[in-house]
Design a protein around this ligand. Structure first.
Ligand code: GLC
Length: 453
C-alpha cells in the first residue's frame, strides 16, 4: 500500500519533468505573429474587435496576403542563428484566418460575404498566398533541430457560432443557445485535432482563454484530444488550470510566476504583428537585459517578430535576431540548460547556475554609449556569501586574467568575505558581459546574519 502510494506520488512529476525538460532548458524561443493584419499594418485582430477598422475592411486585407517572398528555409535559418531553440507561430489568431490547411469551414453570418463560404477560412483558400503556410515552416524548423509550437486562438471572433464579435456587441449568450455554443466547440476542438495530427506540434500555445471558463471551453477535452495521440506535447498555461508553464506577457515578473516553469512573451516594438508605423523598437541591449532577467529567474524568453505580408522581415527585427545570435553563441554555457541563479543578497544582478552547481555565471550589463575598446578603466563588481572558493574566474570571451580580491574575511570566522572582481572594460562584451566562476565542489552559500556567529 505504502509502495503504491509512493509510486503514484512520484510518477506524475517524473513524467512531467521529462516532458518539459527540453522546454525548460531551451531558454530562448521566437514567437511569430503572421496574418492578414500585416497587409495594412493594423493591429492583429483587435483592430476590428475594438472598432478602429470596420470588420469588412479588416477582412479585405486577405486579398493582399500574398506571402510572395516567403522562404521558410530562410526563416528557420535566421531563427536558428538567433540562438532560439524553439519557435511558436500563429496557426490562427482571433480573426479566425487559419494559416494551416484546415478542412473545417467557419460559419459566416447570413447575408455577409467576407470570405468565400464554399471553402474554409484559411490562407490556402481565401488569400493569394494559396497555401498552407505552417507545415513548410515546421519542416524547415525541424531540419534545423528546432522544436515547433502552434499558437492557436481559442476564441474566434469571425465564427458566427462564437458569442463575442465586436467589443460592444455579442451575437448570443451561451445559456440562451447552448446548441450553438456546442457547434462552436465542435469546430474549435476539430481544428485543434487537425493541427495535432497534421502538424504534430511539440507545444500548443493557446490564447484567448479569458472569454470563457474552463468548463465552457471543455478544456479537459482539449487536453485529451492533444495527448491521446501526441502524448509529449506540452501546453502553455492559457487554458485556465491546464498547461505546463506560465506566460507573463510584455512585463518581467518581479516575483516568480506561480508555475515552476515560465516564459515571458515580448514584442520587439509595441506590436505583435507587422506595423510599419511602429518604430518604437527596444534596443538589442535592452532586450538582452530582459533576457538575462528571465535567465536569472529560471525562465524563458519568447521574443516576437512580425513578418510582412510578403513573407519578409523588417530590417530592425533581423538585426535584433542577429545580435541575439552573436550574444547567445558566445555565452552558450551561461544560458542553455542552466537554472535560476543565486539570490540577490549575494550578487546584485542576474545570474545562472549550471544544474550541477559547479558553474556560476554573473551577468554584467556593459557600459553603453562609448567605445569600450578605447577605455583603460576597470568596472568593479562584487559578491558575497560564497563558502567555497572558485577554482577559476573568467570573463567569457576574454583570456585576460581578472584581478580578484576577497575583502573582510576573518580567518577564524565561518562568514565568507566579499569578493571583488575587476573587469577590464576594454575586454567587455558590447552588450552584457558574463563572469563565469567554476568550482570543484557544488557551490555553497552562506545564508546567515553576518557577524562572528
Ligand atoms: C494577447 C493578445 C494577442 C497576442 C497575445 C500574445 O493575448 O490578445 O493579440 O497574440 O497576447 O501573447
Amino acid at each position: 500500500m505504502k509502495f503504491a502510494l509512493l509510486l503514484s506520488a512520484l510518477l506524475p512529476s517524473t513524467f512531467m519533468a521529462q516532458q518539459t525538460d527540453w522546454f525548460a532548458d531551451a531558454k530562448l524561443g521566437i514567437f511569430i505573429h503572421w496574418g492578414m493584419y500585416a497587409v495594412d499594418g493594423t493591429s492583429e485582430s483587435w483592430a476590428f474587435h475594438n472598432e478602429t477598422v470596420p470588420y469588412a475592411t479588416y477582412m479585405r486585407q486577405m486579398n493582399g496576403f500574398s506571402a510572395a517572398k516567403y522562404n521558410p528555409n530562410q526563416w528557420a535559418k535566421l531563427i536558428k542563428e538567433s540562438g532560439a531553440r524553439y519557435c511558436v507561430i500563429t496557426t490562427k489568431h482571433h480573426d479566425g484566418l487559419a494559416l494551416y490547411n484546415t478542412q473545417i469551414k467557419t460559419p459566416q453570418a447570413p447575408h455577409q460575404k467576407n470570405w468565400n463560404p464554399k471553402y474554409p477560412l484559411s490562407t490556402k483558400y481565401q488569400t493569394p498566398a494559396k497555401q498552407d503556410l505552417i507545415s513548410p515552416l515546421f519542416t524547415s524548423l525541424r531540419q534545423e533541430q528546432l522544436k515547433v509550437g502552434a499558437y492557436y486562438s481559442l476564441l474566434d471572433w469571425s465564427s458566427f457560432d462564437y458569442p463575442t464579435f465586436l467589443k460592444d456587441s455579442s451575437r448570443y449568450q451561451i445559456n440562451d443557445e447552448p446548441k450553438r455554443w456546442n457547434n462552436f466547440l465542435t469546430f474549435m476542438h476539430g481544428q485543434i485535432a487537425e493541427i495535432n495530427t497534421q502538424l504534430r506540434p511539440d507545444l500548443f500555445w493557446f490564447d484567448g482563454d479569458w472569454e470563457h471558463s474552463e468548463i465552457e471551453w471543455q478544456a479537459a477535452q482539449i487536453d485529451s484530444i492533444i495527448h491521446q495521440s501526441n502524448p509529449n506535447a506540452i501546453l502553455n498555461g492559457r487554458l485556465h488550470s491546464f498547461g505546463n508553464y506560465d506566460t507573463p506577457e510584455q512585463n518581467m515578473p518581479i516575483t516568480h510566476p506561480s508555475r515552476p516553469i515560465w516564459e515571458l512573451c515580448l514584442t520587439t516594438n509595441d506590436n505583435w504583428g507587422y506595423r510599419p508605423l511602429d518604430n518604437n523598437y527596444k534596443t538589442p541591449f535592452e532586450l538582452l537585459c530582459i533576457f538575462s532577467e528571465c535567465l536569472g529567474m529560471g525562465g524563458n524568453l519568447l521574443l516576437d517578430i512580425g513578418p510582412k505580408a510578403d513573407g519578409t522581415f523588417p530590417d530592425e527585427q533581423v538585426k535584433i535576431l542577429q545580435e541575439f545570435g552573436r550574444w547567445t553563441s558566445k555565452h552558450q554555457s551561461a544560458i542553455y540548460g542552466t537554472s535560476a541563479g543565486i539570490p540577490y543578497g549575494h550578487y546584485h544582478g542576474n545570474s545562472t547556475l549550471s544544474k550541477d552547481s559547479l558553474v556560476l555565471n554573473l551577468f554584467v550589463p556593459s557600459p553603453q554609449g562609448s567605445d569600450l575598446h578605447a577605455s583603460n578603466k576597470m568596472l568593479p563588481i562584487y559578491m558575497k556569501g560564497l563558502k567555497n572558493k572558485p577554482s577559476m574566474i573568467e570573463l567569457i570571451g576574454s583570456s585576460t586574467p581578472l584581478a580578484v580580491s576577497e575583502v573582510g574575511k576573518i580567518s577564524w570566522s565561518e562568514v565568507p568575505g566579499t569578493l571583488f572582481i575587476q573587469i577590464p572594460i576594454s575586454e567587455m562584451d558590447p552588450m552584457i558581459s558574463v563572469i563565469q566562476l567554476t568550482f570543484n565542489e557544488p557551490i555553497e552559500l552562506y545564508r546567515g546574519k553576518g557577524g562572528f556567529h
